[in-house]
Design a protein around this ligand. Structure first.
Ligand SMILES: *[C@@H]1O[C@H](CO)[C@@H](O)[C@H](O)[C@H]1NC(C)=O
Ligand SMILES: *[C@@H]1O[C@H](CO)[C@@H](O)[C@H](O)[C@H]1NC(C)=O
Ligand SMILES: *[C@@H]1O[C@H](CO)[C@@H](O)[C@H](O)[C@H]1NC(C)=O
Length: 556
């Protein structure tokens, strides 16, 4: 997960007027379609169209053998975290590890930790019946019709992404049905004049949606710009017209973000691809001039390249946008200190064509190296300098991310670092069990096969064991990272199992064929989705293939 909902009351400007462009309104009514879909739900037969144009068959993933001691240790940590959750918080969103209870961080009935853990448990070979228990809960107890208000973005990346991923890994159609239903219930939230979705919607009341609390009608870049992978995957496998339509609905958001006007100053020229981090749902106009690669913009940049990978690297428009983003990040966003530390800084363009910088980097921004690794394949053979620059930038950011841990008294990173006038570090915030740094080590390991990245990952894992493991079971975040004896915080985020432990497990794998990066693409919650070249062949082609498959001519 990237982008936490901090109350960001940074330079969020009020909009000038609310002129709604009538051509923006959808020609169809997604709410009505969702209602029709849901009313037909009990009588619906099989709606799936599987084994179509994915680069591997559905369900072809096989867990590899447990392997070496480090892997065994990470697997034991997953089992421990899971068991603590199952004992004290079963069916709730997350474990409160210190009070030994559960909390519905997102919504009652959503069982976020269960759904978010499915792909990890499966990749780990099911961990002796734990995966089956999770599956049984999804089948018997997960009832979206009884879930109230959810955050759309979180639900898409954790729950929809989790369900589609486990469908891809296991081939089990039950998950596809659940994913379709959830996709339809959330679809109504995209019914707005600007085409930008509502941030919060009720799953049990189709079409009832709300603003963020205390946020006027503002939306964040990450929450509208990182829902595409999940809906594209769903659209590919679902025969239902509404689910198919959602691919276009979510992809059009990316178009709109490029051309949207702004009530504040935007980055100019070639750097205009570095979009401001907030816009208004009503008009689609940007309402801040602040640019950041961290929260709450982050995963939008990441999804540009991941959408391209997902479609078999043919949808060039996404790669081109991504490549310009990386060039601008390197050229203007990055800063290398006199001590040789590279950070991604925040930017504030002003009307006199100047850009002001804040030398602050979020731990979130450690997703950048992975995103660059995924994009290298789009460079032409003769672009050797550009490639070298990108790789060096990815290496530099990875080093900084590791230093965030290594320089911290606890050995675990806080939420942000800031460089002062003398380029000295100041770290703030607690360690939130976040994955981005180990995610960077994982991608850099896959790219370079340099052992140091595995050593970095192992060091981080050892510090997690040392400081975050709770005596009675489970893991806790830390209130502050800057302490030799850090105090724990009463939360075990669902992304610990979904992301942090998954990347730690994968980095110690010896089998090169385990989830290869040209066959699988991880969403921003680390749920692997199948690379699906069929997505870049257009809807008509997809439908033709469906017919072919049904009549027995499997084109795989
Ligand atoms: C869409 O359909 C719903 C349910 O029928 C209705 O309440 C809503 O007003 C419609 N919206 C538009 C923009 O037509
Ligand atoms: C939907 O869920 C919310 C929260 O649980 C509840 O307050 C509301 O009454 C529910 N709506 C319906 C129609 O059941
Ligand atoms: C990477 O870091 C080195 C110093 O350690 C610096 O010279 C170089 O300019 C940096 N390059 C990029 C692309 O960040």
């Amino acid at each position: 997960m990237r982008f936490a909902l901090f109350l960001l009351l940074l330079p969020l400007l009020q909009h000038a007027s609310l002129a709604i462009d009538p051509t923006c309104s959808a020609a169809t009514n997604l709410t009505r379609e969702a209602l029709a879909y849901l009313s037909a739900l009990p009588t619906r037969g099989s709606a799936s169209s599987h084994r179509l144009g994915t680069s591997l068959p559905l369900g072809s993933f096989r867990a590899s053998s447990p392997g070496n001691a480090r892997r065994v240790a990470v697997a034991a940590a997953v089992a421990d975290a899971w068991d603590a959750y199952a004992a004290a918080a079963w069916g709730r969103d997350e474990l409160l590890p210190l009070s030994n209870a559960g909390a519905d961080t997102f919504a009652e009935g959503l069982g976020t930790t269960i759904v978010d853990s499915l792909s990890t448990l499966y990749i780990l070979g099911g961990l002796d019946g734990r995966y089956e228990a999770a599956r049984a809960w999804v089948l018997e107890s997960l009832d979206f019709g009884k879930v109230g208000r959810v955050v759309v973005f979180e639900t898409v990346i954790r729950i929809l992404g989790g369900l589609v991923s486990i469908y891809h890994l296991s081939g089990d159609e039950m998950y596809l049905f659940k994913a379709e239903e959830l996709g339809a219930r959330l679809a109504a939230g995209f019914e707005t004049p600007s085409g930008l979705p509502w941030p919060r919607c009720y799953l049990n009341e189709t079409g009832r949606c709300e603003r963020h609390r205390h946020m006027d009608d503002a939306l964040y870049l990450a929450e509208v710009g990182s829902v595409q992978l999940e809906y594209r995957a769903l659209s590919h496998h679902s025969k239902h017209p509404l689910c198919k339509k959602m691919r276009g609905v979510t992809e059009r958001i990316i178009d709109k973000l490029q051309t949207a006007r702004s009530s504040a100053v935007r980055m100019s020229g070639r750097h205009a691809v570095l979009l401001p981090y907030a816009m208004l749902r009503t008009t689609g106009m940007y309402c801040t001039n602040m640019v950041t690669a961290g929260a709450p913009a982050d995963s939008y940049f990441e999804y540009l390249v991941k959408v391209w990978v997902q479609g078999g690297k043919k949808e060039k428009v996404y790669w081109e946008l991504f490549a310009r983003v990386v060039d601008s990040m390197v050229e203007i966003g990055s800063y290398t200190s006199r001590y040789g530390d590279t950070i991604m800084r925040d930017m504030l363009p002003s009307s006199d064509d100047k850009v002001h910088f804040s030398h602050k980097m979020d731990h979130f921004a450690c997703y950048i190296p992975g995103m660059i690794v995924l994009g290298l394949d789009g460079l032409r053979a003769e672009e050797t300098e550009r490639r070298a620059r990108w790789v060096m930038f990815a290496e530099n950011i990875t080093e900084t991310c590791y230093k965030m841990y290594a320089k911290s008294p606890s050995g675990l990173a806080g939420e942000h670092i800031r460089l002062n006038q003398e380029d000295k570090w100041k770290m703030s915030g607690g360690y939130q069990l976040r994955p981005e740094a180990v995610e960077a080590f994982f991608y850099m390991w896959r790219l370079t096969k340099k052992d140091k990245y595995r050593e970095y990952a192992w060091t981080v894992f050892e510090r997690i064991q040392q400081h975050c493991k709770v005596e009675g079971g489970g893991y806790a975040a830390l209130r502050t990272a800057k302490s030799r004896h850090p105090k724990k915080e009463d939360v075990m985020h669902s992304f610990l199992i979904s992301e942090t432990f998954k990347y730690l497990y994968l980095i110690f794998g010896d089998d090169e064929k385990e989830l290869p990066l040209d066959k699988w693409v991880f969403n921003t919650e680390a749920h692997p989705l199948l690379v699906t070249p069929g997505l870049s062949e257009g809807v008509e082609e997809g439908e033709r293939r469906e017919v072919a498959a049904e009549s027995g001519h499997d084109e795989l």
